[in-house]
Design a protein. Structure first.
Lengths: 174, 154
């Protein structure tokens, strides 16, 4: 005959399971080689320029950041190449006018498709959805690895560009 | 219907299914805490100071509850916890889908190319929640370590 534990007993045992899990997790995290800090720095960074960057942005090491008005200036000069780091469907739904695209998560497949249109010394401005989107940051890092010297990140991205009612286009080709 | 809810054979089967799911789900997260923390962050669901702690502890709760279900130890408590976790997952996933976040689920893998959060993910969790309810009510010590050990005068 099986005697079901009372709900109180069930709760108490559940707390024990959680307690054991917490102890095991903390011990394992502290002795393992790739353990992480228990208080991670996940808050978005506000840079000295006022631009809000994702927490993983490293000032001084990552590509410089530009705001909306600097992006506009670069856009109007016609000298900059905007590179959209979002996936194809988002790009086709709407992108900064003239921007090329290279979806970060498919970088190995998509970079060769745009490589010829990206001179190594050109000013390349990466962007993605906006707000705290990090695709533009990682795309900029990949481009740096590929040898691009003049990459900038526009974290305001698509969201700010649309809010600013600036030129956009839709569809596959820029 | 009531018979199904009380069936010890079904409870045994569901225990094994759920247990394997949760043990399997915990492995990759335990192996890659930093990647998992990033996925938790992407949900924008927790206060930023709680993200790493959550990412470190959650997979261990999954692992222990999964093991408890497979072995047949403290089954009611483990299923209660798993039900609670599934509830949290369903709320977090739903809020991600409703807000239109394009993020990795982080359900079984921490790789960035893994499964995306979509309604299917939520339906899978709802189905698991139903299995948990059956295990909670249907478990009667059948096929368990508890029975082998003679604990609780099974």
């Amino acid at each position: 005959m099986y005697i079901r534990p009372s709900f109180n007993q069930v709760l108490r045992q559940a707390l024990w399971i959680v307690f054991l899990a917490v102890v095991a997790a903390l011990i394992y995290n502290s002795v393992r080689p790739n353990g992480i800090s228990l208080m991670g720095a996940w808050a978005p960074k506000v840079l000295s320029s006022g631009v809000v960057a994702p927490p993983s942005y490293i000032s001084g090491e990552d590509a410089p950041v530009i705001n909306l008005s600097e992006s506009m200036t670069a856009f109007n000069s016609g000298q900059a190449i905007f590179l959209d780091a979002r996936k194809q469907a988002d790009y086709e739904a709407g992108h900064i006018k003239g921007a090329l695209r290279c979806f970060l998560e498919e970088f190995d497949a998509e970079y060769p498709l745009v490589k010829d249109k990206l001179p190594k010394d050109a000013l390349i401005i990466t962007y993605c959805g906006g707000d705290e989107c990090e695709l533009s940051l990682f795309l900029a890092r990949n481009l740096k690895t590929e040898g691009y010297a003049n990459v900038k990140i526009f974290f305001g991205g698509w969201e700010e560009w649309v809010e600013g009612k600036l030129p956009i286009s839709t569809g596959e080709n820029p | 219907m009531k018979n199904l809810l009380k069936s010890k054979y079904l409870a045994f089967l569901f225990r094994l299914i759920l247990g394997c799911f949760f043990v399997y789900a915990s492995f990759d997260k335990i192996a890659h805490p930093a990647e998992f923390a990033r996925i938790v962050y992407n949900y924008h669901f927790l206060p930023t100071s709680a993200i790493n702690l959550f990412a470190v502890i959650l997979p261990w709760i999954e692992l222990m509850c999964g093991m408890a279900l497979i072995l047949g130890l403290f089954v009611e408590s483990a299923s209660l916890l798993i039900g609670f976790l599934l509830g949290i997952f369903i709320v977090a996933l739903s809020s991600a889908v409703i807000r239109g976040l394009d993020i990795s689920c982080g359900c079984f893998s921490t790789a960035s190319s893994s499964e995306k959060v979509v309604w299917d993910t939520i339906i899978r969790d709802l189905i698991m929640l139903m299995l948990v309810v059956q295990v909670y009510y249907g478990y009667g010590g059948f096929g368990s370590v508890e029975k082998l050990l003679g604990r609780r005068r099974v």
